[in-house]
Design a protein around this ligand. Structure first.
Ligand code: TMP
Length: 211
């Protein structure tokens, strides 16, 4: 069996950058690594991702939104993550079910026990071996997300980037509460230099998994 690591955090926290730095480092060390993202990572998942992130006049009901995330997750776990773990790969996943509890539970206010039940159904009980929560204040994260949008010509903010600061603050607090209740979650301060955060993540991975 391989090793399953998830990266979590609010918009602009730097988790995707950190995932790709870690992937490069592990590959240089001779590991077989698979990097995937949620929502996405499969044909179905990428199609549903564009539905989830694009604004339409009709909007998306919070429960409909939840089921779409869970559908992406079920497909990704069954078709990609489990097979890769069985092959012995290190799987790095950009967001996983903690994001659903944080965004749809703490952010949107849906019942967290119900969400936890759906998470278990969608993953067939798969739990990450390690979760890196890249934490930063919401104003720091949103500022970074904004400058990314401004730098990419033609890019638009997505449905979540349009949410107000209070929403992102609830999501951040949600992630921190999840971390307090689960020993698999390690919190790193994402407001620092990229290379400093990377070094800390490498130390954690070495300590936990010997990778
Ligand atoms: P990304 O910006 O990290 O690519 O994630 C896409 C958006 O989807 C992000 O705003 C968080 C949101 N999201 C949820 O609301 N619930 C979920 O379960 C997941 C995986 C993501």
């Amino acid at each position: 069996m391989g090793f399953f690591i998830t990266f979590e955090g609010i918009e602009g926290c730097g988790k995707s950058t950190q995932l790709s730095l870690l992937k490069t480092r592990l590959e240089k060390g001779g590991r077989a690594v698979l990097g995937v993202r949620e929502p996405g990572g499969t044909l179905l998942g990428e199609q549903v991702r564009s539905v989830l992130l694009n604004t339409t006049e009709e909007g998306i009901d919070p429960w409909a939104e939840l089921f779409l995330y869970e559908a992406c997750r079920a497909q990704l776990v069954a078709k990609v993550i489990r097979p890769a773990l069985i092959e012995g790969k290190v799987v790095l996943c950009d967001r996983f079910y903690d994001s659903t509890l944080a965004y749809q539970g703490f952010g949107r206010g849906l019942d967290r026990e119900k969400i936890a039940g759906l998470n278990t159904l969608a993953t067939g009980g798969l739990v990450p071996d390690l979760t890196i929560l890249v934490d930063c204040a919401e104003d720091v994260g949103l500022k970074r997300a904004w400058s990314r949008i401004n730098a990419a010509s033609g890019a638009k903010e997505d449905r979540f980037e349009k949410e107000d600061a209070a929403f992102h603050s609830r999501v951040r607090e949600g992630f921190l509460e999840i971390a307090r209740g689960a020993s698999r979650v390690r919190v790193v301060d994402g407001s620092r230099e990229i290379s400093t955060v990377h070094r800390e993540i490498c130390d954690i991975i070495k300590g936990v998994a010997g990778l």
